[in-house]
Design a protein around this ligand. Structure first.
Ligand code: 4H3
Length: 248
């Protein structure tokens, strides 16, 4: 997968391919990141990227001209099968299913991620060029870059052969709209808190069952909206009832 990010702060976005899982994926050429700075596409001596908003008010707006020039250059350098996404609080709230779709869709070979700064970008750029608007959630950030980095990270770890263990992405939280169970490693006891005995039993069927029960119970208690979204199977309902009985 190829990511082209349009940003006034390329150093910030590039850090995502310098470390961790995304860093390794980039080294192994499973992903490619290219940053494009609209400042490089200005034509005036001051390299102006922003201007005052029509109608007045505080703050500045990113100018359309350098953004359109940047987008034109990006499109010339990228595959046809692309989607241009603007990160903003007005967008569709991101969730795992959207990342799963993009990571599996053969019609998408690359993503162009457009990051605003200041008060935002000239609305006409959105009308002319943006395919989708995506949001991290109901809060305002000083730029879209963190959103772009979230998108790159979340998609990269779903690409085949990025994660070491074959199904570790499928086992994650949200793979089935459920929260994850708790995880434990050595030592067996910390300040009188013991690892649940079943996890040391070697009984893999019992372990899978315990983890599923924990997932269901935690989702019910913390994010009931996720439970209400799908109807639980008979077996899952039974497990959830057991969890609720065991945990008062
Ligand atoms: C995305 C971007 C929040 C989100 C963002 C989010 C700066 C968008 C500017 C940038 C506009 C003004 N804030 N919730 N900020 O995903 O270009 O909002």
């Amino acid at each position: 997968m190829r990511f082209d990010v349009i940003t006034l702060l390329p150093e910030l976005v590039e850090s995502v391919v310098q470390v961790g899982v995304t860093g390794r994926a980039s080294q192994r050429e499973l992903i490619e990141l290219h940053c494009w700075n609209p400042r490089d596409f200005t034509k005036d001596v001051h390299r102006t990227v922003d201007d005052r908003p029509y109608g007045g008010g505080p703050g500045m707006v990113m100018k359309a001209d350098c953004l359109l020039e940047t987008i034109r250059a990006v499109r010339a350098a990228t595959p046809e099968k692309t989607k241009l996404v603007y990160l903003s609080p007005q967008g569709k709230k991101l969730e795992q299913s959207m990342f799963r779709e993009v990571s599996h869709d053969p019609k998408i070979e690359s993503l162009i991620l457009l990051c605003g700064r200041y008060e935002g970008i000239d609305e006409r750029v959105i009308q002319l060029e943006v395919d989708e608007e995506w949001s991290l959630g109901d809060y305002v950030l000083s730029g879209g870059e963190l959103g772009a980095m979230v998108v790159i990270d979340a998609i990269t770890r779903l690409l085949p052969s990025v994660l070491g263990h074959k199904d570790s992405a499928e086992q994650d939280s949200f793979s089935e709209n459920l929260l994850d169970c708790g995880h434990f490693t050595r030592p067996e006891s910390i300040e009188n808190l013991d690892v649940p005995a079943v996890l040391k039993s070697g009984d893999h069927k019992a372990i899978t069952r315990w983890r599923r029960k924990q997932s269901l119970g935690r989702t019910y208690q913390r994010r009931n909206d996720l439970i209400e979204r799908n109807t639980l199977s008979v077996e899952d309902s039974k497990l959830l009832n057991e969890y609720l009985k065991e945990n008062n």
